[in-house]
Design a protein around this ligand. Structure first.
Ligand code: SAH
Ligand code: SF4
Ligand code: F3S
Length: 472
């Protein structure tokens, strides 16, 4: 019997065979040219996309391409995001510039994938106006990159392969990790929430959870390979496991992951407030490994706007949840996402948002101006405010958020805390950058040999969103 499991295993085998064939072809080309073939990988959007890009890069490295940071490469892959309009505009801008590279190097291949490609209007536009693109695929078939490259090499036209949705989760293909010591791990794909402004459910499909045993096996392999911190990824991790054959809650999954020897830190994102359970709070409170950080997008502080957004919680629910979390885990750092200028938002509504911001005192908040996404329910709603009013609200909110964050983030000044060293400071390479459990960065003197290790650091001076520290 062909079960879903063995169909996926067969698919992985097939892709690996194609990679073997491509390896030979690319080696031959490398010899002909007398130089390695290069690839450049560009990624927009969220951590889910970043993870997909690691998979794409793993496939490209396996077949023999060598990484290059320059877009002037033999293979350019752009993983796109469409959550807000400006994400799309950036892609079109970059595509225009790529034309000149392709003129210089006619063998260059340009591939586009990711969320934007799941929109048929986008693909139409590219087919018409950006004919120098070679391969287009979407979010559901990232694992097929090798096959699509082979198809392209065997044909003349543009190769387009977009799936409307999928039940497939193809495991066990290569992945090129960005860091040796930390790694993102998908625990679920897609989203069923349909917040009225959001395009993600349309481009990422319905919610699918990976089996716990596959997740645990992947993390164990990562740990054996030197990883000490994992970031569990999903659009709504709190509803993990509901559609599994043997349902398991996110909190139960965390308890299993906690048992993995050698793993030191566990992070996750994103949590939807409506699904955050008491069980999860209890597991976080007693865990030795789950980081003291929760990203809990509120979107708006107005119960009316939240209802229009289809978020399914009220201002009071959100505040009560925060209270519960802070009581159970006093040293937790809370961060959030807020949208300003949702169509039905009025001056009274933004005051409600500011009220929640002042009450919760977030460590940081990502603030976005609402962007209309065609096809979502909010796209047909009338605006209650003008663009200028929305801009003014955005500035007002941003100032409040930043003033509060500066105070909240400096609360540990003077303490000695553990950081995981992530790399050299980008501005000053006599300094290292490390991350506290609560996700705040610390810059302190040290050398590259400490990257990937845990160090105790005295937090000497808060600089608002980060600390200057000293190793003790
Ligand atoms: N699944 C996550 C969010 C994914 S998108 C969650 O529910 O929290 C990341 C953030 O982008 C969202 O939290 C929201 O604040 C913002 N966002 C999504 N759609 C948007 C839109 N149409 N306009 C502006 N911001 C948007
Ligand atoms: Fe978008 Fe809402 Fe799903 Fe987050 S939970 S991805 S905001 S629909
Ligand atoms: Fe963007 Fe897709 Fe993530 S739309 S935010 S890359 S899920």
């Amino acid at each position: 019997m062909r079960t879903e499991q063995n169909i996926n295993e067969l698919e992985a085998l097939k892709q690996k065979e194609i990679m073997e064939r491509l390896k030979v072809r690319i080696a031959k080309k490398t010899e002909e040219l007398g130089r390695p073939l290069t690839y450049c990988s560009v990624c927009f959007g969220c951590q889910m996309n970043a993870k997909d890009s690691e998979k794409l890069e793993g496939i490209l490295e396996t077949i023999g391409y060598v990484r290059s940071e320059s877009e002037d490469a033999d293979f350019l892959i752009m993983n796109t995001c469409t959550v807000r309009e400006n994400a799309n505009l950036r892609v079109y801008g970059r595509l225009g510039q790529l034309k000149k590279y392709k003129k210089k190097n006619p063998n260059m291949l340009i591939a586009l994938c990711g969320c934007m490609m799941q929109e048929s209007l986008v693909v139409e536009k590219i087919k018409q106006s950006y004919r120098h693109v070679d391969i287009i695929f979407g979010t559901h078939n990232v694992f097929k990159l090798a096959e699509l490259i082979e198809n392209k090499l065997n044909s003349k036209g543009m190769v387009i392969d977009i799936w409307e949705g999928t039940t497939e989760i193809v495991e066990d293909l290569p992945s090129d990790r960005k860091y040796d010591f930390k790694c993102g791990v998908n625990i679920m794909f897609g989203c069923n929430n349909f917040c009225s402004y959001c395009i993600v459910p349309y481009v990422r499909g319905r919610e699918r959870s990976r089996k716990p045993e596959d997740i645990i096996a992947e993390i164990k392999n990562l740990v054996a390979d030197g990883v000490v911190e994992v970031m569990l990824l999903g659009q709504n991790v709190n509803s993990y496991g509901k559609n599994l054959e043997n349902p398991l809650s996110f909190a139960q999954l965390l308890e299993q992951i906690e048992e993995i020897e050698g793993l030191k830190r566990i992070r996750f994102m994103t949590s939807h407030p409506k699904d955050l359970s008491d069980e999860l709070i209890a597991v976080m409170a007693k865990s030795k490994k789950i980081c003291k950080h929760l990203h809990l997008p509120m979107q708006s502080g107005s119960t009316k706007v939240l209802a229009d957004m289809n978020r399914r919680y009220t201002k009071e629910d959100y505040l009560a949840l925060v209270e519960k979390i802070k009581t159970a885990i006093p040293d937790i750092s809370l961060t959030t996402d807020i949208i300003v200028g949702f169509p039905t938002e009025t001056e009274a509504d933004i005051e409600e948002t500011l009220d929640v911001v002042r009450k919760v005192r977030f460590d940081s908040a990502f603030t976005f101006i609402y962007s209309k996404r065609t096809g979502t329910p909010a796209a047909t709603m009338e605006f209650a405010a003008t663009e200028e009013e929305i801009k003014e609200r955005f500035d007002r909110l941003l100032k409040e958020v930043q003033d509060i964050a500066k105070e909240t983030c400096s609360k540990d000044q003077g303490k000695i805390m553990e950081v995981l060293v992530e790399g050299l400071d980008e501005q000053d390479d006599s300094l290292l950058t490390g991350r506290l459990s609560n996700n705040i960065l610390v810059h302190f003197p040290g050398d590259a040999s400490l990257i990937g290790t845990f160090q105790n650091v005295k937090l000497i001076k808060s600089k608002g969103f980060y600390y200057i520290g000293e190793r003790v």
